[in-house]
Design a protein around this ligand. Structure first.
Ligand code: ADP
Length: 516
């Protein structure tokens, strides 16, 4: 009897260890050798497998492909790779992923097959569930679009009666009323205003979702827009004793091309939020020029506040629809949670992206950059006309550092010689020193509301002291408080401006005063 050699024993050990299905097939198409994986995978006995031609196990639909692969291999002697199905003893089929090679000398075929039945089943069910998910998602999106389209179409129908309510309430308020009737009507007007704001948010949001929002491309004056916008916002800020300021980079072109209504909406939302969520301190809007090419400018807008801030883990939520940083704040602060969603979508549709930096208890900055067109014929300042404040000594008095430095920039950019004072006392001290030197002040820009000695008291001192006779006074008032205008009149001050002050407005006022 021939004893197996050491190499044969080693081969036998390895062959039986292979977890996949390994086999050698003779030239007559019967299995010559099989490893145990065949029995466990297909459920036949070893004898059953050995006495049946290999092709008998193959799924009839895969037979032709398998025969072709074998023929190709006989021709090319290459390793081939293919997939087919094998019948199990129970009549079911298993899917095999084959690697086979041909031994030319003995005309035998060597093969290893991996059972990929489970893997294929899993892939198929994954594909099916993905398709089902996509179908459900498409259906939900279509329903959502339909709802948004409905709301967007209803926009006019909803807004018109609300405007009617507000307009007619205004008319009623102009008639003779008892104080009780007046109070009720004021409440009607304020509630109608709140409802209209919510309505506007919901309708805008629906329009964006329905893809029905259109943008204008018209000329506008950014400085004028900000000035007018801040006149409204300042009433809210003044009621909370907040310092409200804006700082427009001198290099920002005034005449721009874009959608002023939408830009205004974004800035009012961000600044309005900043005022709403800031119990004390300041809110500042800054506009800087990032770059300018022919007919195009990229501007960076930022609204910074010293308010309650937004915790880091809530920061990404605030841009989501109907989402508020603190759900309990809904009642404390009111609001729909839609403002920032609308703003960030508007900014994106205009080619920018809103960012946010915030620290709890310190404050927040919302910012974005936007490309805008420059209006072709921007009126240029007549060449050679020198600035009216060129070389003029101006004392700028404001307790708020931001406002002080903005006023300083507006004046010194135009050539004024500015001195800054942060209180009424410091202002008087500077005036005295100025009067004693060659360089007395021609002008004082004076914040009316300061702690300690306020602007009115400083103005009173100036009026009473003959050393300061030539100093022109521009008083800066908060909002449009009646008491302030009364005090100005009492002190004989005719020149006052409402904070926050715009550059052109300040320069016009100062020029007029210097010409007197
Ligand atoms: P609304 O103000 O109507 O609730 P918004 O979308 O404008 O909706 O704002 C969403 C939330 O983001 C606010 O409820 C608030 O929690 C937070 N938030 C927005 N702006 C500020 C801010 N300047 N400071 C602190 N929190 C803010």
């Amino acid at each position: 009897m021939n004893l197996p050699t050491e190499a044969q024993r080693d081969f036998e050990l390895f062959f039986n260890l292979i977890p996949d299905l390994a086999c050698i097939v003779s030239a007559d198409g019967y299995f010559k050798k099989l490893n145990p994986a065949w029995e466990t995978t297909l459920g036949y006995t070893r004898e059953e497998l050995l006495r049946t031609p290999m092709l008998d196990f193959i799924h009839p639909d895969d037979l032709e492909r398998t025969v072709n692969e074998i023929a190709k291999q006989n021709r090319d002697y290459r390793t081939s790779h293919f997939v087919n199905r094998y019948r199990c003893k129970d009549g079911s089929y298993k899917i095999f992923d084959w690697r086979t090679t041909f031994n030319r000398d003995e005309s035998t075929r060597f093969g290893i097959a991996k059972d990929i039945t489970e893997q294929r089943r899993w892939e198929t069910s994954l594909r099916e569930s993905e398709a089902a998910l996509q179908k459900a998602k498409d259906a939900a999106e279509a329903a959502n679009r339909l709802k948004s389209e409905f709301l967007a179409n209803m926009s006019h129908e909803l807004r018109t009666p609300m405007n009617g309510v507000i307009g007619l309430t205004d008319l009623a308020l102009d008639t003779e009323l008892t104080s009780e009737q007046r109070e009720y009507l004021e409440d009607v007007k304020s509630s109608a205003g709140s409802l209209l704001r919510i309505l506007n948010d919901v309708l805008d949001f629906s329009k964006i979702e329905a893809g029905k929002l259109e943008f204008e491309t018209i000329e506008f004056d950014l400085r004028q827009m900000v000035r007018e916008m801040f006149k409204i916002l300042d009433i809210r800020a003044a009621a909370k004793n907040l310092e409200l300021a804006y700082d427009l980079d001198a290099r920002v072109p005034s005449r721009l091309v874009g959608d002023p209504g939408r830009l205004r909406q974004i800035l009012i939302n961000l600044t309005g939020n900043a005022i709403k969520f800031t119990p004390r301190g300041e809110v500042v809007l800054r506009v800087e020029r990032l770059s300018e090419t022919a007919g195009q400018v990229e501007l960076h807008f930022s609204v910074k506040d010293t308010g309650i801030g937004i915790p880091f883990d809530k920061q990404h939520h605030v841009f989501r629809a109907f989402s508020q940083a603190d759900s309990s704040s809904t009642r404390m602060f009111g609001g729909t949670g839609l403002g920032l969603t609308i703003s960030s979508q508007l900014v994106e549709m205009m080619g920018g992206r809103i960012g946010l930096e915030s620290k709890e208890g310190i404050g927040s900055t919302f910012h974005f950059a936007l490309p805008l067109g420059i209006a072709p014929a921007e009126p240029e300042e007549p060449a050679g006309s020198s600035s009216p404040v060129e070389g003029v000594s101006v004392l700028v008095v404001d307790d708020n550092e931001t406002s002080r430095s903005i006023l300083d920039k507006m004046l010194s950019n135009r050539g004024a010689k500015t001195t800054l004072a942060d209180s009424g006392y410091a202002a008087l001290e500077a005036l005295r020193r100025g009067a004693a030197s060659e360089n007395s002040f021609k002008l004082i820009i004076l914040d009316a509301h300061m702690p300690g000695m306020d602007g009115f008291a400083v103005a009173q001192h100036i009026k009473a002291d003959p050393r300061f006779r030539g100093v022109g006074i521009v008083l800066l008032l908060c909002g449009s408080q009646r008491a302030d205008t009364d005090r100005c009149r009492e002190l004989g001050i005719s020149t006052s401006l409402a904070k926050p002050v715009g550059e052109m407005e300040l320069l016009e006022t100062v020029t007029e005063l210097l010409q007197q």
